[in-house]
Design a protein around this ligand. Sequence first.
Ligand SMILES: [Cu+2]
Length: 167
Amino acid sequence: MMMKTLSRRALLIAACAVAAPALAHDYRVGDLVIDHPWARATVPGQKAGGAFLTIENRGGQADRLLSAAAPTERVGRTEMHSMRMEGNVMRMREIDAIDIPAGQTVTLKPGGLHLMFMGLTAPLKAGEKLPVVLTFERSGTITVEVHVQAASAASAKNPDGDSHHKH
Ligand SMILES: [Cu+2]
C-alpha cells in the first residue's frame, strides 16, 4: 500500500515535469505564435480590465485577429481596443480586427492595442487564469490561458488598460 502511494506520487511529479514546458506559456495556431497572454488584476467595482499578448506571424501571408471571447460568466464581452492621444488624454476605441502582417510580430500592450474585458461581474485576481478564445481570419481559432497579474506600481503611470480609460 505504501509503495503504491509512493509510486503514485512519483508519477504525479513526473507528470508535472512533463507539463513544465507549458509554463513557457505560448501557443501555436497555423503560422501564428501567441506568447504570454496576461491581464491586469482589477479592483472590486471595476467594470473593465485590459488583457495583453504578442502575436507573431511566421508565415508568408497576412492574418487578422477577428475576435476574442472569454467564455466565462464573469466577463460580459471581450472587445479589441486601440489607443491614441487626443490632446493630453489617452483615448481608446473598439476596433473590428487587428492586422497581423506576414513575418511580423504584433504586441498588445498597456498603452497600445489591447483586449478589454467588459462588464466584469467579479474582480480579476492576481494568479488566476482565464481562458480566452481567439479567432483569426486565416489561422482559425485557439483558446489561450490569460494569466492575471497584479497591477504593478509602474503601470500607474500608464493611463491605459483599466478604469482610467476614457471611451
Ligand atoms: Cu480598452
